[in-house]
Design a protein around this ligand. Structure first.
Ligand SMILES: [Mn+2]
Length: 338
Protein backbone atom coordinates (compact mmCIF):
# COMPACT_ATOMS: atom_id res chain seq x y z
CA UNK A 1 0.00 0.00 0.00
CA UNK A 2 2.70 2.36 1.06
CA UNK A 3 4.64 1.41 -2.07
CA UNK A 4 1.75 2.24 -4.36
CA UNK A 5 1.18 5.56 -2.65
CA UNK A 6 4.80 6.65 -2.84
CA UNK A 7 4.91 5.55 -6.45
CA UNK A 8 1.93 7.81 -7.11
CA UNK A 9 3.60 10.76 -5.40
CA UNK A 10 6.81 10.03 -7.29
CA UNK A 11 4.98 10.06 -10.61
CA UNK A 12 2.93 13.18 -10.00
CA UNK A 13 6.05 14.96 -8.81
CA UNK A 14 7.78 14.18 -12.07
CA UNK A 15 4.75 15.09 -14.15
CA UNK A 16 5.06 18.65 -12.87
CA UNK A 17 8.83 18.77 -13.00
CA UNK A 18 10.49 19.44 -16.31
CA UNK A 19 12.90 16.80 -17.55
CA UNK A 20 16.03 17.87 -19.42
CA UNK A 21 17.30 15.45 -22.08
CA UNK A 22 20.84 15.90 -23.40
CA UNK A 23 21.25 14.10 -26.72
CA UNK A 24 24.76 14.16 -28.14
CA UNK A 25 27.12 12.35 -30.48
CA UNK A 26 29.48 10.24 -28.34
CA UNK A 27 32.58 11.70 -30.02
CA UNK A 28 34.80 14.54 -28.77
CA UNK A 29 32.76 17.22 -30.52
CA UNK A 30 29.46 16.07 -29.00
CA UNK A 31 30.93 15.66 -25.51
CA UNK A 32 32.78 19.01 -25.55
CA UNK A 33 29.71 20.84 -26.85
CA UNK A 34 27.58 19.53 -23.97
CA UNK A 35 30.34 20.10 -21.41
CA UNK A 36 30.50 23.80 -22.31
CA UNK A 37 26.73 24.22 -22.04
CA UNK A 38 26.45 22.40 -18.71
CA UNK A 39 29.39 24.30 -17.17
CA UNK A 40 27.24 27.40 -17.69
CA UNK A 41 23.89 25.95 -16.68
CA UNK A 42 24.19 22.94 -14.39
CA UNK A 43 21.20 20.61 -14.48
CA UNK A 44 20.42 16.96 -13.90
CA UNK A 45 19.66 15.54 -17.27
CA UNK A 46 18.91 12.28 -19.02
CA UNK A 47 21.93 11.50 -21.22
CA UNK A 48 21.27 9.95 -24.63
CA UNK A 49 24.41 9.03 -26.60
CA UNK A 50 26.37 6.12 -28.06
CA UNK A 51 29.21 5.21 -30.44
CA UNK A 52 30.07 7.82 -33.07
CA UNK A 53 28.22 5.91 -35.79
CA UNK A 54 24.95 5.89 -33.75
CA UNK A 55 23.43 9.13 -34.95
CA UNK A 56 19.72 8.24 -34.96
CA UNK A 57 19.48 9.17 -31.27
CA UNK A 58 16.43 11.42 -31.11
CA UNK A 59 14.00 8.52 -31.51
CA UNK A 60 15.15 7.27 -28.09
CA UNK A 61 13.94 10.42 -26.30
CA UNK A 62 10.66 10.12 -24.40
CA UNK A 63 10.17 13.87 -23.79
CA UNK A 64 6.70 15.31 -23.37
CA UNK A 65 5.04 18.71 -23.09
CA UNK A 66 7.12 21.03 -20.95
CA UNK A 67 10.27 18.94 -21.20
CA UNK A 68 13.43 20.32 -22.72
CA UNK A 69 15.74 18.56 -25.19
CA UNK A 70 19.24 19.71 -26.15
CA UNK A 71 20.57 18.05 -29.32
CA UNK A 72 24.26 18.22 -30.25
CA UNK A 73 26.27 17.08 -33.25
CA UNK A 74 23.83 14.66 -34.88
CA UNK A 75 22.33 15.15 -38.36
CA UNK A 76 18.88 16.75 -38.37
CA UNK A 77 18.16 15.03 -41.66
CA UNK A 78 18.63 11.61 -40.07
CA UNK A 79 16.61 12.59 -36.97
CA UNK A 80 13.87 14.57 -38.74
CA UNK A 81 10.90 12.27 -38.01
CA UNK A 82 11.78 12.02 -34.30
CA UNK A 83 12.33 15.79 -34.11
CA UNK A 84 8.90 16.53 -35.60
CA UNK A 85 7.31 14.00 -33.24
CA UNK A 86 8.92 15.67 -30.20
CA UNK A 87 7.75 19.12 -31.31
CA UNK A 88 4.28 17.64 -31.86
CA UNK A 89 4.32 16.35 -28.27
CA UNK A 90 5.18 19.84 -27.01
CA UNK A 91 8.84 19.42 -26.05
CA UNK A 92 11.17 22.41 -26.34
CA UNK A 93 14.26 21.70 -28.49
CA UNK A 94 17.67 23.39 -28.70
CA UNK A 95 19.56 21.98 -31.69
CA UNK A 96 23.25 22.69 -32.47
CA UNK A 97 24.89 20.92 -35.40
CA UNK A 98 27.19 21.24 -38.42
CA UNK A 99 25.99 18.36 -40.62
CA UNK A 100 23.81 18.97 -43.68
CA UNK A 101 20.34 19.35 -42.11
CA UNK A 102 17.88 19.08 -44.98
CA UNK A 103 14.97 21.48 -44.49
CA UNK A 104 14.99 22.97 -40.97
CA UNK A 105 11.45 23.12 -39.55
CA UNK A 106 10.23 26.52 -38.30
CA UNK A 107 8.44 26.29 -34.95
CA UNK A 108 8.32 28.28 -31.71
CA UNK A 109 9.49 25.21 -29.79
CA UNK A 110 12.61 24.71 -31.96
CA UNK A 111 15.76 26.79 -31.55
CA UNK A 112 18.20 25.56 -34.22
CA UNK A 113 21.80 26.71 -34.70
CA UNK A 114 23.01 24.92 -37.82
CA UNK A 115 26.11 25.89 -39.76
CA UNK A 116 27.67 23.57 -42.34
CA UNK A 117 30.78 25.68 -43.01
CA UNK A 118 33.87 23.48 -43.36
CA UNK A 119 35.75 25.16 -40.52
CA UNK A 120 33.10 24.82 -37.81
CA UNK A 121 32.00 21.95 -35.62
CA UNK A 122 29.29 21.77 -32.96
CA UNK A 123 31.67 22.70 -30.14
CA UNK A 124 32.55 25.90 -32.04
CA UNK A 125 28.85 26.73 -32.57
CA UNK A 126 28.28 26.32 -28.82
CA UNK A 127 31.36 28.48 -28.12
CA UNK A 128 29.82 31.27 -30.24
CA UNK A 129 26.48 30.82 -28.47
CA UNK A 130 28.17 31.17 -25.06
CA UNK A 131 30.40 34.06 -26.07
CA UNK A 132 33.59 32.02 -25.57
CA UNK A 133 33.01 31.30 -21.85
CA UNK A 134 34.57 27.82 -21.99
CA UNK A 135 36.46 28.18 -25.21
CA UNK A 136 39.23 25.80 -24.26
CA UNK A 137 36.73 22.93 -24.60
CA UNK A 138 35.65 24.19 -28.01
CA UNK A 139 39.30 23.82 -29.06
CA UNK A 140 39.35 20.24 -27.71
CA UNK A 141 36.15 19.40 -29.61
CA UNK A 142 37.49 20.95 -32.81
CA UNK A 143 40.73 18.95 -32.55
CA UNK A 144 38.57 15.84 -32.14
CA UNK A 145 36.73 16.65 -35.37
CA UNK A 146 40.10 17.08 -37.18
CA UNK A 147 39.64 20.86 -37.51
CA UNK A 148 43.21 21.54 -36.38
CA UNK A 149 43.41 25.00 -37.94
CA UNK A 150 40.20 26.23 -36.34
CA UNK A 151 41.19 24.60 -33.04
CA UNK A 152 44.59 26.31 -33.06
CA UNK A 153 42.99 29.66 -33.85
CA UNK A 154 40.66 29.28 -30.86
CA UNK A 155 43.51 28.16 -28.59
CA UNK A 156 45.60 31.14 -29.72
CA UNK A 157 42.97 33.53 -28.32
CA UNK A 158 43.54 31.92 -24.90
CA UNK A 159 47.26 32.67 -24.80
CA UNK A 160 48.32 29.03 -24.42
CA UNK A 161 51.86 27.74 -24.94
CA UNK A 162 52.46 25.48 -27.98
CA UNK A 163 53.01 22.44 -25.72
CA UNK A 164 49.65 23.07 -24.04
CA UNK A 165 47.94 23.34 -27.40
CA UNK A 166 49.52 20.04 -28.46
CA UNK A 167 48.17 18.48 -25.26
CA UNK A 168 44.66 19.73 -26.09
CA UNK A 169 45.03 18.14 -29.52
CA UNK A 170 45.96 14.78 -27.97
CA UNK A 171 42.98 15.09 -25.63
CA UNK A 172 40.57 15.84 -28.49
CA UNK A 173 41.92 12.93 -30.50
CA UNK A 174 41.65 10.54 -27.55
CA UNK A 175 38.09 11.56 -26.62
CA UNK A 176 37.19 11.15 -30.27
CA UNK A 177 38.91 7.79 -30.58
CA UNK A 178 36.86 6.41 -27.70
CA UNK A 179 33.69 6.70 -29.81
CA UNK A 180 34.96 4.46 -32.63
CA UNK A 181 33.65 0.90 -32.87
CA UNK A 182 30.69 -0.98 -34.27
CA UNK A 183 28.82 -1.20 -30.96
CA UNK A 184 29.08 0.05 -27.37
CA UNK A 185 30.88 -3.19 -26.47
CA UNK A 186 33.85 -2.14 -28.64
CA UNK A 187 34.43 1.16 -26.78
CA UNK A 188 36.85 1.68 -23.87
CA UNK A 189 34.09 3.44 -21.91
CA UNK A 190 30.49 4.37 -22.72
CA UNK A 191 30.38 8.00 -23.92
CA UNK A 192 27.75 8.86 -21.28
CA UNK A 193 30.15 7.71 -18.54
CA UNK A 194 33.06 9.49 -20.20
CA UNK A 195 31.04 12.72 -20.28
CA UNK A 196 29.95 12.33 -16.64
CA UNK A 197 33.55 11.93 -15.46
CA UNK A 198 34.92 14.65 -17.74
CA UNK A 199 32.20 17.05 -16.62
CA UNK A 200 33.77 17.18 -13.14
CA UNK A 201 36.68 19.09 -14.70
CA UNK A 202 36.29 22.67 -15.93
CA UNK A 203 40.04 22.52 -16.71
CA UNK A 204 41.14 20.05 -19.42
CA UNK A 205 44.70 19.92 -18.07
CA UNK A 206 43.42 18.81 -14.66
CA UNK A 207 41.35 16.13 -16.38
CA UNK A 208 44.43 14.82 -18.18
CA UNK A 209 46.60 14.91 -15.05
CA UNK A 210 44.12 13.47 -12.56
CA UNK A 211 41.87 11.09 -14.43
CA UNK A 212 43.06 7.53 -14.94
CA UNK A 213 40.30 7.08 -17.52
CA UNK A 214 42.12 9.54 -19.79
CA UNK A 215 45.32 7.49 -19.54
CA UNK A 216 43.36 4.30 -20.27
CA UNK A 217 41.90 5.72 -23.47
CA UNK A 218 45.12 7.42 -24.56
CA UNK A 219 47.23 4.28 -23.99
CA UNK A 220 44.54 2.12 -25.62
CA UNK A 221 44.52 4.31 -28.70
CA UNK A 222 48.31 3.97 -29.08
CA UNK A 223 48.18 0.20 -28.50
CA UNK A 224 45.45 -0.25 -31.14
CA UNK A 225 47.51 1.69 -33.67
CA UNK A 226 50.59 -0.41 -32.90
CA UNK A 227 48.60 -3.61 -33.50
CA UNK A 228 47.29 -2.22 -36.79
CA UNK A 229 50.78 -1.19 -37.92
CA UNK A 230 52.06 -4.70 -37.34
CA UNK A 231 49.34 -6.18 -39.60
CA UNK A 232 50.41 -7.34 -43.06
CA UNK A 233 48.39 -6.26 -46.07
CA UNK A 234 46.23 -8.98 -47.68
CA UNK A 235 46.75 -7.48 -51.15
CA UNK A 236 49.72 -5.40 -52.26
CA UNK A 237 49.31 -3.52 -55.52
CA UNK A 238 51.74 -1.10 -57.10
CA UNK A 239 49.32 1.78 -56.38
CA UNK A 240 47.71 0.68 -53.15
CA UNK A 241 47.17 -1.87 -50.39
CA UNK A 242 44.20 -3.74 -48.94
CA UNK A 243 44.29 -4.78 -45.28
CA UNK A 244 41.96 -7.30 -43.66
CA UNK A 245 42.24 -6.91 -39.89
CA UNK A 246 41.24 -9.68 -37.46
CA UNK A 247 37.80 -9.92 -35.84
CA UNK A 248 38.55 -7.99 -32.65
CA UNK A 249 37.33 -4.88 -30.82
CA UNK A 250 40.67 -3.11 -31.42
CA UNK A 251 40.45 -3.54 -35.18
CA UNK A 252 36.87 -2.21 -35.26
CA UNK A 253 38.01 0.82 -33.25
CA UNK A 254 41.11 1.54 -35.33
CA UNK A 255 39.84 0.93 -38.88
CA UNK A 256 39.14 4.55 -39.86
CA UNK A 257 42.08 6.15 -38.05
CA UNK A 258 44.48 3.51 -39.43
CA UNK A 259 43.21 4.19 -42.97
CA UNK A 260 43.81 7.91 -42.49
CA UNK A 261 47.29 7.30 -41.24
CA UNK A 262 48.20 4.99 -44.12
CA UNK A 263 46.97 7.62 -46.58
CA UNK A 264 48.96 10.37 -44.85
CA UNK A 265 52.14 8.26 -44.81
CA UNK A 266 52.01 7.28 -48.50
CA UNK A 267 50.09 10.05 -50.31
CA UNK A 268 50.59 8.45 -53.74
CA UNK A 269 48.74 5.25 -52.76
CA UNK A 270 45.16 4.15 -52.16
CA UNK A 271 44.15 2.04 -49.16
CA UNK A 272 41.30 -0.16 -48.03
CA UNK A 273 40.99 -1.50 -44.49
CA UNK A 274 38.45 -4.24 -43.83
CA UNK A 275 37.22 -5.56 -40.47
CA UNK A 276 34.84 -8.52 -40.02
CA UNK A 277 31.33 -7.47 -38.95
CA UNK A 278 28.64 -9.42 -37.10
CA UNK A 279 26.81 -10.19 -40.36
CA UNK A 280 29.65 -12.47 -41.46
CA UNK A 281 31.00 -9.91 -43.92
CA UNK A 282 33.21 -6.84 -43.63
CA UNK A 283 33.01 -3.17 -42.79
CA UNK A 284 35.29 -1.33 -45.22
CA UNK A 285 37.15 2.00 -45.11
CA UNK A 286 38.61 3.27 -48.38
CA UNK A 287 41.07 6.14 -48.79
CA UNK A 288 41.99 7.46 -52.25
CA UNK A 289 45.58 8.64 -52.79
CA UNK A 290 45.82 11.77 -50.65
CA UNK A 291 47.91 13.53 -53.29
CA UNK A 292 45.22 13.19 -55.98
CA UNK A 293 41.91 12.11 -54.42
CA UNK A 294 39.60 10.29 -56.82
CA UNK A 295 37.16 7.38 -57.09
CA UNK A 296 36.80 6.39 -53.40
CA UNK A 297 33.07 7.15 -53.34
CA UNK A 298 32.58 5.72 -56.83
CA UNK A 299 34.19 2.45 -55.73
CA UNK A 300 32.15 2.13 -52.53
CA UNK A 301 28.87 3.01 -54.25
CA UNK A 302 29.27 -0.07 -56.44
CA UNK A 303 28.18 -1.98 -53.32
CA UNK A 304 24.70 -1.63 -51.73
CA UNK A 305 25.75 -0.20 -48.33
CA UNK A 306 28.59 1.98 -49.66
CA UNK A 307 28.90 5.75 -49.56
CA UNK A 308 31.17 8.66 -48.70
CA UNK A 309 33.24 11.31 -50.37
CA UNK A 310 35.68 11.40 -53.27
CA UNK A 311 38.76 10.93 -51.08
CA UNK A 312 37.36 8.90 -48.17
CA UNK A 313 34.49 6.44 -48.36
CA UNK A 314 33.26 3.19 -46.88
CA UNK A 315 31.00 0.17 -47.11
CA UNK A 316 28.96 -0.80 -44.02
CA UNK A 317 28.53 -4.41 -45.05
CA UNK A 318 30.51 -6.15 -47.75
CA UNK A 319 29.18 -9.75 -47.99
CA UNK A 320 32.05 -12.28 -47.94
CA UNK A 321 31.27 -13.56 -51.45
CA UNK A 322 31.72 -10.02 -52.81
CA UNK A 323 35.28 -9.71 -51.49
CA UNK A 324 36.89 -10.77 -54.82
CA UNK A 325 34.69 -8.21 -56.63
CA UNK A 326 35.82 -5.56 -54.20
CA UNK A 327 39.51 -6.34 -54.78
CA UNK A 328 39.00 -6.23 -58.55
CA UNK A 329 37.05 -2.95 -58.41
CA UNK A 330 39.68 -1.44 -56.09
CA UNK A 331 42.31 -2.24 -58.74
CA UNK A 332 40.15 -0.64 -61.44
CA UNK A 333 39.37 2.45 -59.40
CA UNK A 334 42.97 3.30 -58.53
CA UNK A 335 44.93 1.85 -61.45
CA UNK A 336 47.21 4.56 -62.84
CA UNK A 337 45.94 5.98 -66.13
CA UNK A 338 48.35 5.05 -68.90
MN1 LIG B 1 31.08 17.11 -35.10
Amino acid sequence: MEGIESQFIFKSFFRDAMTQFDVFNGDADGICALHQLRLIRQTDSVLVTGPKRDIALLGRVSAERGDSVTVLDISMEVNRAALLALIERGARIDYFDHHVPGIVPTHDLLHAVIDTARDVCTSILVDRHLGGKHRIWAAVGAFGDSLSMAARQLAATLGLQPASIDALQALGESLNYNAYGNTEADLFVHPADLYTILHRYPDPFRFMQSESLFRTIDAGRRKDMEMARSARPAHVLSYGKIYILPDAAWSRRVRGVFSNQLAATLPGQAFAVLTPNDLGGYAVSVRAPLGAPHNAQQLCCLFPTGGGRVGAAGINHLPPDRLPDFVREFENAFKPLT
